[in-house]
Design a protein around this ligand. Structure first.
Ligand SMILES: [Zn+2]
Length: 231
C-alpha cells in the first residue's frame, strides 16, 4: 500500500519535471531566436516569424525525439517481458532461485528470501520478475505517443510566451523585453520545477536564470554581429 502511494508520487513529479523542462526549452530557445533576429533587424515581422518557426520546429523535434527514445525503450521492455515469460515456462526452478537471489541481495535472509520468492511466484510470477528483476512495473511502462505529445505541448506552452512578446512588445525595446520576460518566465517555471522536484527554489531559479542569460547573450551577440555585417 505504502509503496503504491510513493510510486504514484514519484511518477507524478517525474511528469511535472519533464513538463517543466520542456517548457523551459520552449522559452529559452524561442527567446534566443527572437533576440538573435531582433538584434539584427528593426522590423517586427522577421522576429515574429522566427519565433513562430522556432516554436513549431522545436515542438516537432521534441515530439519526434521523445517518440523515438520512448518507443525504443518500450521495445526493449516488451522483448524483456517476452523472454522472461518464456524462461518462467521453461525453467521455473531456476527462475525461483534467481528471484530468491535478488531478495537476498536486497538484504533478506536466505530463508525469508526464498519464502518471499515462493509466495510472489505463486501470486504472479511474471509480475514479480518484471518488477524486481527487470525494474518494469505498470507505472513506468513506456507510452511513446503520450510522451511525444506531452513534451511537444510542454515546449509549445513555453515557446508561445516569447512569441507573444514578439507580437506585442514595442519593437524599440524588443531585445531587452524579450530578455526580461524570459527571465520572469524561467523563474516561474523554475519555481514549479523546484516544488515538483523537492529541491531548493532559489537555487533552481538562479541556475535556470544564469544559464538562460548565457544562452540569450550568445544569440544576441550572433544577431548583433550578423546585423552589423548585413547593414
Ligand atoms: Zn527471471
Amino acid at each position: 500500500m505504502n509503496t503504491q502511494t510513493e510510486n504514484h508520487f514519484i511518477n507524478r513529479s517525474g511528469w511535472l519535471r519533464a513538463a517543466v523542462l520542456g517548457a523551459n526549452d520552449g522559452i529559452l530557445s524561442t527567446t534566443s531566436l527572437a533576440i538573435g533576429i531582433a538584434a539584427a533587424s528593426d522590423s517586427r515581422n522577421p522576429i515574429v516569424l522566427a519565433a513562430l518557426a522556432g516554436v513549431v520546429a522545436g515542438a516537432l523535434s521534441m515530439a519526434a525525439g521523445e517518440y523515438v527514445s520512448v518507443s525504443s525503450q518500450s521495445d526493449v521492455e516488451t522483448s524483456d517481458l517476452e523472454r522472461e515469460k518464456k524462461e518462467l515456462l521453461e525453467m521455473p526452478e531456476a527462475e525461483l532461485t534467481e528471484l530468491t537471489g535478488i531478495y537476498i541481495a536486497r538484504g533478506l535472509t536466505s530463508k525469508l528470501a526464498r519464502e518471499v520468492a515462493e509466495q510472489l511466484t505463486a501470486h504472479n510470477a511474471l509480475e514479480a520478475h518484471a518488477r524486481d528483476e527487470l525494474g518494469i512495473n505498470e507505472i513506468t511502462q513506456a507510452k511513446p505517443f503520450q510522451a511525444a505529445m506531452a513534451s511537444a505541448s510542454a515546449f509549445i506552452a513555453g515557446g508561445v510566451l516569447p512569441l507573444l512578446v514578439a507580437i506585442f512588445a514595442p519593437i524599440k525595446y524588443m531585445v531587452v523585453l524579450q530578455y526580461c520576460f524570459a527571465i520572469v518566465f524561467l523563474a516561474v517555471s523554475g519555481t514549479l520545477a523546484a516544488s515538483a522536484g523537492g529541491s531548493g527554489i532559489v537555487k533552481s531559479i538562479l541556475r535556470i536564470c544564469l544559464w538562460g542569460t548565457v544562452a540569450m547573450c550568445a544569440s544576441a551577440l550572433v544577431g548583433y554581429l550578423f546585423g552589423v555585417q548585413a547593414s
